[in-house]
Write a protein that binds this ligand. Structure first.
Ligand SMILES: Cc1cc2nc3c(=O)[nH]c(=O)nc-3n(C[C@H](O)[C@H](O)[C@H](O)COP(=O)(O)OP(=O)(O)OC[C@H]3O[C@@H](n4cnc5c(N)ncnc54)[C@H](O)[C@@H]3O)c2cc1C
Length: 382
């Protein structure tokens, strides 16, 4: 019997398993690899991190999120060094919002937290920003915070690969299968996988992302949000023209009738060898999957047409001269609480089973710290 099992080889689970395997020789990390080929032919679970770019930044309107990001970013060099896998790219990042005297506006809160945590940034009007950076456009009269230093983006697939590699170096077992049953009625916890394995552990951390509630059956108040992303394929000349592009989060002032919270990643080379600019946001009116089967099915679709259209429209506004060879649409999922914008790390079966999930669209960059906090709590439970 293992001392600790972590279910979910994703961003939070792999981080938690790295810490647990630092403290114990009896750790197993269980979760499937990314499905290969056509997603519509895959019947099992997916993940929120099957991509090449996730924004990383310390500037945040929530002090908790700003702190988790700051601590996680501080751990990136150690993870890169121990694993030999590079995942952090310092492109800088801008956040755009209202120029408001309201102390609770998105940018004013972010600035306040930046002062607390010593985050380096430059503040300017959108007019001044666009004059200095004519490749980009934002409505006049808005405010821009430009974070420098360590901000930019991470490759989430590479970060997970790095965490898993260190887990292996530290002696953890990796089981690349999906857990189909979790039974905590006996001595310890018994996990059954889709490959027919039975794995026993004294304690289990479930970090199965948007599938956590469906797997555990616990009422956690979660609501997986299906997300559509748009990727503009660009050629080498366009990538060169936009090579100094920062990451972009346009919080307020875009006034799109269908989406909010728009974010854009700079040009990134994908595994197919092409360079893409990716953007996403949040659809104002969405339908939520109610079961694992419904959620898996979402990944078999081409996403939401309304969201894709609105995203492409915004991308062409932000980069008016964009020379895109083609536009591609993909699906993803953000796991969040119905009420509240923080992750949950809590026991669901006393002394035996904990969950760590609800990373929203924000936990990739902070997954190391969220995983560390979950690992600490599980360790203390023993
Ligand atoms: C389109 C999009 C853009 C985003 N952009 C950003 C960004 O710019 N910056 C940022 O910080 N965050 C961003 N995020 C959020 C970030 O990706 C998530 O918060 C993060 O991936 C959550 O980590 P997780 O470990 O909870 O879930 P995941 O990364 O989804 O990992 C969960 C894992 O559990 C596994 N699993 C599920 N069910 C089972 C089972 N039954 N048995 C075993 N394993 C199972 C899955 O295979 C998966 O690997 C974005 C998310 C999306 C969807």
């Amino acid at each position: 019997m293992y001392k600790y099992a972590v279910v979910g080889k994703g961003m939070i689970g792999s981080a938690a398993a790295r810490y647990l395997s630092q403290w114990s020789d009896e750790v197993v990390l269980i979760g499937p690899d990314e499905p290969e080929g056509d997603w519509s032919k895959h019947d099992g679970v997916f993940a929120a991190h099957y991509d090449q770019g996730r924004i990383t930044r310390c500037l945040d309107g929530s002090l908790a999120w700003a702190l988790w990001a700051t601590r996680s970013i501080a751990a990136y060099p150690e993870i890169e060094e121990k694993s030999g896998i590079t995942f952090h790219h310092r492109s800088g990042g801008i956040q755009v919002g209202y120029d408001s005297t309201d102390p609770n506006s998105a940018l004013n809160k972010a600035e306040r937290n930046a002062l607390h945590l010593g985050t380096s940034y430059v503040k300017m009007t959108s007019d001044a920003y666009c004059k200095e950076n004519p490749e980009f456009w934002f409505d006049p009269g808005l405010m821009v915070l430009h974070e420098t230093g360590e901000s930019g983006y991470i490759n989430p697939r590479s970060l997970v690969a790095a965490q898993v590699k260190i887990c292996e170096q530290q002696g953890a077992d990796i089981v690349r299968e999906t857990v189909v049953e979790l039974d905590s009625s006996g001595n310890g916890v018994t996990l059954t996988t889709d490959g027919g394995q039975t794995i026993q552990a004294k304690q289990v951390l479930v970090a199965a992302g948007a599938w956590t509630e469906f797997l555990t059956g616990a009422d956690l108040g979660l609501q997986p949000n299906p997300r559509t992303i748009v990727m503009a394929k660009i050629n080498a000349a366009e990538a060169e023209r936009l090579k100094h592009m920062p990451t972009i989060i346009w919080y307020e002032g875009s006034n799109n009738p269908d989406i909010e919270g728009i974010y854009v990643l700079p040009p990134i080379v994908y595994p197919d060898g092409n360079t893409y600019i990716k953007l996403g946001g949040s659809l104002l009116e969405m339908t939520y999957p109610q079961s694992a089967a419904e959620l898996n099915k979402w990944f078999h679709t081409d996403g939401s047409e309304v969201e894709a259209r609105a995203l492409e429209y915004e991308l062409r506004r932000i980069i008016p001269e964009l020379d895109a060879e083609s536009i591609h649409v993909n699906t993803c999922v953000v796991n969040k609480l119905k009420e509240g914008n923080v992750p949950i790390i809590k026991p669901i079966v006393d002394g035996k089973v904990m969950v760590a999930t609800a990373g929203l669209g924000a936990a990739a960059k902070s997954s190391n710290e969220i995983g560390r906090l979950a690992a600490l709590q599980l360790h203390k439970m023993s």
